[in-house]
Ligand binder design. Structure first.
Ligand code: URA
Length: 246
């Protein structure tokens, strides 16, 4: 949305008000705020510029050899989705399938995530999905401190560019890395914490459902709560209150 169009829209609304039309102010303000948010300082759609910046960063990541797994992976897995997404998912690290394809969450756990999001009215295209680590740790071993430290700046840069309204940590590892402390995901799942000043939702990892089908309903209820907050935040007021976890 161009700045001119935004100015014209405001002027038109003022005129309607003067003509005695009843205008639902909160709704209109939320829409105008959204239009403004989606526009950069030069009046260009933010998505395009963010997309360019993400592509440049993806090239830097593809050339990264800051740690050991930069040498052993087949493809870096930067992340995919909407460059101006309101919601960013952060998983642990790419698996073997992701290493092959260069895309996050494309294996069975990813399919489960995609299905569950769709059930709650969210498509993969409208959000952004990435991992704490951008490279596959051999034999699916746990990421180590050096790798996490080397990679975190890429995640921070991604968030700077995307400017999401909220984040979702998928699983214990991502949650603990972002919170910088050990956690019990079964205790924290479904709650709102914060990372870099943004609301951070704690969600069970979809792989936990593959390991134990009894986790299915927990995962579904996590995604349901997240989707509710996401839809509310996109529609204007109603973003989650991370102090009360509602
Ligand atoms: N698990 C993750 O945490 N990330 C992926 O990309 C795939 C599986």
């Amino acid at each position: 949305m161009q700045r001119d169009a935004l100015r014209d829209a405001r002027a038109y609304l003022r005129w309607l008000g003067r003509m005695g039309m009843v205008i639902p102010r909160a709704e209109v303000q939320a829409k105008l705020d959204e239009m403004q948010e989606n526009t950069d300082n030069h009046g260009q759609p933010r998505t395009k510029e963010a997309g360019r910046q993400l592509s440049r960063l993806a090239q830097v990541v593809a050339a990264c050899r800051k740690c050991e797994i930069g040498h052993t992976r087949k493809n870096s897995v930067f992340g995919v989705g909407n460059p101006a997404a309101a919601l960013v998912f952060v998983g642990e690290a790419p698996g073997a399938r992701e290493d092959e394809t260069g895309k996050p969450f494309v294996g069975p756990a990813g399919n489960l995530l995609t299905q569950e999001l769709a059930r709650h009215g969210v498509t993969r295209d409208e959000v952004f999905i990435c991992n704490v680590l951008k490279c596959h740790p051999p034999n699916d071993r746990d990421p180590v401190a050096d790798e996490i430290i080397a990679c975190e700046s890429y995640l921070l840069q991604q968030l700077d560019i995307i400017q999401p309204k909220m984040l979702c940590a998928l699983g214990r590892f991502a949650a603990a890395t972002l919170l910088k402390c050990p956690i019990f995901i079964m205790k924290l799942r479904g709650s709102w914490q914060s990372y870099g000043g943004r609301p951070l939702f704690m969600c069970l990892h979809p792989a936990a459902v593959l390991h134990s089908p009894a986790n299915r309903s927990l995962f579904s209820s996590d995604i349901e709560a997240l989707a509710r907050a996401y839809h509310a935040a996109k529609g204007g007021p109603g973003a989650p209150d991370i102090r009360t976890n509602r």
